[in-house]
Design a protein around this ligand. Structure first.
Ligand SMILES: [Zn+2]
Length: 360
């Protein structure tokens, strides 16, 4: 006998092991501090959870250690362009985004953006990011509020055209290589909309991408293995006449080189859609040519789905959106929020069942 293994069997064994290597554990995530969940007496690993996403400022040593002990990766949410963070705009009124009338833009329900070209604000955020990364050996940073001032998380979105302060006008002129005509802000804004609207929109995308680029370089410098994710609105390119790119300055293709994981916020109930919309959007994003599914290859898709009762999401509906969120080319999922799951025995049961199924 020349070999213990006839060649076809050996080939089968090799193929099977290659297949096993191709499959990384699915991210079975939760969003929000796990306190409410832990208060029920539960452990994350008993529920199949292997990743927690927590606001950066909510991660202390005890939280980090316990999550790790229960087998989880720890990701920090990082509010990028939230003007309310640290009361920055309140304390620095010159960072308030200026609208096309030349006045401070009205806050959008509970959210207030910021002038993204304000040098002091940028320094403030990057310093904060460095401190957060140095504090804990995080598995990744999830950028939140990475867009121009607007409110898309409400059933009635607030969409505004900003920012027309001196630093934004100067930065746009330099980037576009043109001189904006007019004396007052309303005149200048009007000139831009009439003569260089597309350029202005492209520049606004460039500003957001530039933030992502710097955030990525800081993350990789301090924690080379940490991932950079982004929470973003689940609007398609063509929705509302392309308003995601035109108003928020969010261009998925332009961001893709700097983002490891896209986490669309597919809050079906809040946006008046059916659970099936989760599947629809995951399939939509999964069709982008740069989306990857193999372990270690990025960008990947890990959506965040709605568990929060606003309006009521039944356990059955939660199970549907969790499964849709794990479908298509998605390699992970999480829910908004873990607290909403913890206070509903039915949703706890669903999370456990779905996550343990995917843990096998
Ligand atoms: Zn500005």
């Amino acid at each position: 006998m020349k070999s213990c293994f006839p060649i076809p069997i050996l080939a089968l064994v090799l193929a099977a092991s290659a297949q096993a290597q191709d499959k990384a554990p699915v991210i079975r995530g939760t969003y929000a501090h796990p306190k409410a969940f832990w208060d029920t007496g539960a452990r994350l690993d008993d529920y199949g959870v292997n990743a927690v996403f927590i606001h950066g400022s909510g991660i202390d040593e005890a939280t980090f250690t316990r999550a790790k002990e229960e087998g989880c990766k720890v990701f920090a949410e990082f509010p990028t362009l939230n003007g309310k963070y640290g009361k920055y705009v309140e304390n620095h009124p010159d960072a308030h985004p200026i609208d096309d009338s030349g006045n401070p833009a009205p806050p959008a329900t509970w959210f207030l953006g910021v002038c993204p070209t304000h040098a002091g604000f940028r320094q403030f955020r990057m310093d904060d990011l460095r401190a957060l990364l140095e504090r804990h050996d995080l598995d990744g940073i999830w950028m939140d509020y990475t867009h121009w001032h607007a409110q898309f998380e409400d059933p009635y979105p607030v969409l505004l055209k900003t920012c027309f302060n001196d630093s934004c006008l100067a930065a746009f002129e330099e980037w576009a290589g043109l001189e904006v005509q007019g004396e007052t802000v309303p005149e200048k804004a009007k000139w831009i909309f009439a003569n260089a609207a597309k350029k202005w929109e492209d520049w606004r995308v460039h500003v957001i991408v530039d933030w992502a680029k710097e955030i990525r370089s800081i993350v990789k410098e301090i924690r080379p293995n940490a991932l950079v994710g982004i929470y973003h609105t689940a609007w398609k390119d063509e929705d509302l006449s392309g308003v995601r790119r035109r108003c928020l300055g969010l261009d998925f293709d332009a961001l893709a080189p700097y983002v490891d994981v896209f986490s669309p916020m597919i809050y079906h109930g809040r946006s008046g859609k059916s659970p099936e919309y989760v599947k629809e959007f995951v399939d939509y994003l999964g069709a982008k040519p740069w989306v990857k599914t193999a372990p270690g290859a990025y960008p990947q898709i890990w959506p965040i789905v709605q568990a929060h009762d606003d309006p009521r999401v039944s356990p059955e509906e939660f199970e549907q959106v969790l499964n849709y969120g794990l479908g298509g080319k998605s390699t992970g999922v999480m829910m908004f929020t873990l607290g909403s799951v913890a206070q509903d025995a039915g949703k706890m049961e669903v999370m456990k069942r779905v996550y343990l199924q995917h843990a096998r």
